[in-house]
Design a protein around this ligand. Structure first.
Ligand code: CA
Length: 230
């Protein structure tokens, strides 16, 4: 869930995008004018901005430049034209991503999640410790009880994703979508196979896991065995 700020002067687009994002659990604020948006963005920065370029009072590209003078808030630019030169100029001016109109609610949500993931990877913790598991995120290295564990790239991404949600049950559908970027097919064993490899490498037994707990019919959760409540 993110705090999203939409700058868009077309009321139809503004409302439909806001509704689509709210339906997906995001908090949405919006403005129809550039200067009004700038003031609000400075006063109370959101997690991400969706910025229309064609605004009535000031060009969206100028809003981006003014914003970038003081703020590193992620900005996704919405443009009416698929114009390479313009898009390159906007990315150079500090836009994090762009969308070409018309775009769907699902599309903008996917872009928002991708931008937030990148920001998280750049500014988030460099290291996660869960019980005896020590994950060095930048170094792509994992130790369990001080012993180096060799993980494949996918096993590492799977562990990292679960570590970001420690104590929460995560569905296999979500893992396939977020770690493998694939739609869920009922017969797909990819997630199960990687979970069983990861479990073995973490030194877990399926019947008596310390870390990777399967919740039958729901999914899997990574728990910290040193925390009583998980
Ligand atoms: Ca417009």
């Amino acid at each position: 869930m993110a705090d999203v700020y939409i700058v868009e002067d077309d009321p139809g687009i503004r409302q439909s995008v806001a509704r689509a994002l709210q339906d997906r659990g995001h908090v949405v604020r919006s403005a129809s004018k550039g200067m009004e948006a700038l003031a609000a963005l400075m006063a109370d920065p959101p997690d991400v901005v969706v910025l229309d370029l064609g605004l009535p009072d000031v060009d969206g590209a100028d809003v981006l430049r003014m914003l970038r003078a003081t703020s590193q808030v992620p900005v996704i630019v919405a443009t009416a034209r698929d114009d390479d030169a313009q898009i390159v100029a906007l990315l150079d001016a500090g836009a994090d991503d762009y969308l070409v109109k018309p775009y769907s609610g699902a599309e903008i949500e996917a872009r928002i999640r991708a931008v937030l993931r990148r920001v998280q990877a750049e500014t988030g913790p460099r290291r996660i410790v869960i019980g005896g598991i020590d994950i060095d995120i930048g170094g792509h290295a994992v130790t369990v009880d001080g012993e180096v564990v060799e993980l494949t790239r996918k096993e590492f991404e799977l562990l990292l994703y679960l570590a970001g949600r420690t104590g929460e049950v995560v569905s296999k559908r979500e893992l396939l979508a977020e770690v493998w970027r694939q739609p869920y097919g009922g017969a797909d064993k990819t997630v199960d196979v990687h979970l069983s490899w990861l479990r073995r490498k973490l030194g877990d037994r399926a019947d008596e896991p310390r870390y990777l707990v399967t919740v039958r019919g729901v999914g899997v959760k990574l728990v910290d065995p040193t925390c009583a409540e998980s």
